[in-house]
Design a protein around this ligand. Structure first.
Ligand SMILES: [Zn+2]
Ligand SMILES: [Zn+2]
Length: 283
């Protein structure tokens, strides 16, 4: 079985792993080693590009190794992506693992709000793949992640706000080719107070969001942290023609996790591999 490319992978160059001078040092190399061992021929290191100036959070909303980024005003002040360090590291891995096709990329947060700030970097043309992500939503002040908002708002409102923003993100930026993890807020859904997440309750909103992505000709990522059949089903029914596969691995052991299951699942909805592992699967 040929695995499709893992097109959503993080390494020490993503701020949320702790960065290149933390325990995460060497993670890109180790991830390549695992990819080589499991026969994953192609992978894309899509490090976080997060430029929102007013991301608000409480310390408890962040992982322990991320809390030092929170300033006294309650704003998460992210270090800039070290593009040169990242590209050097890519280069070293390409030499060390000639059997792999190692591609460059970004996971670009809130493109519709940040394209001016990102223009110089994106204009350099050094990234093979730009994934667009929606991680934060408008809050009373600034923007916040869903896990913060679930403490402050009815949970259904958070999901609806997330899905409502997707068409605005599509209309507001041409910088990204793939929309990642459409189930992102579900990761922090408050099951203990709200019960298990039921996608059917938001079916209309999911379908509209997917329709806007499909009409713009973009691909939808099958984020394999959770394999949900309703995602490729509704995507195909709303006119979606292309998908990518992404593990969203932040650690080497998570690379290509769930891929065989996800491949089987999307085949049921008519998606087929392209000629190269990094090609979108299409229908
Ligand atoms: Zn993400
Ligand atoms: Zn990610």
């Amino acid at each position: 079985m040929t695995l499709p490319a893992d097109t959503h992978v993080h390494s020490e160059w993503s701020w949320d792993t702790g960065g290149p001078r933390s325990d995460a040092a060497g993670r890109m190399r180790e991830t390549c080693r695992v990819a080589s061992r499991i026969g994953l021929a192609t992978l894309v290191f899509t490090e976080h590009l997060d430029l929102d100036p007013e991301w608000r959070a409480d310390p408890g909303d962040l992982l322990p190794h991320q809390r030092h980024l929170l300033n006294d005003a309650g704003i998460v002040a992210l270090p800039p992506l070290d593009v040169d360090g990242y590209l050097d590291s890519i280069d070293r891995c390409r030499h060390e693992f000639p059997e792999l096709h190692i591609m460059t990329g970004l996971e670009y947060g809130q493109p519709h709000l940040n394209d001016e700030r990102a223009a110089e970097l994106l204009g350099r043309g050094v990234f093979d793949r730009v994934n667009g992500s929606l991680h934060t939503l408008a809050a009373a002040a600034g923007r916040s992640e869903p896990n913060t908002l679930f403490r402050l708002q009815p949970p259904d409102d958070v999901i609806r706000a997330y899905l409502d923003e997707i068409p605005r993100m599509v209309a507001g930026s041409d910088s990204f080719a793939v929309f990642t993890h459409i189930d992102y807020p579900v990761r922090s859904w408050p099951t203990t107070t709200a019960g298990p997440f039921d996608p059917k309750r938001f079916e209309g909103e999911y379908r509209s969001a997917m329709r806007s992505l499909a009409e713009s000709g973009r691909a939808l990522e099958m984020n394999t942290r959770r394999i949900w059949p309703w995602i490729p089903q509704w995507w195909s029914e709303e006119g979606g023609r292309a998908i990518s596969f992404g593990s969203d691995a932040h650690t080497p052991d998570a690379i290509a996790a769930g891929f065989p299951e996800a491949m089987q699942m999307v085949e049921r909805f008519g998606f087929r591999a392209g000629s190269r592992p990094e090609d979108f699967w299409t229908r």
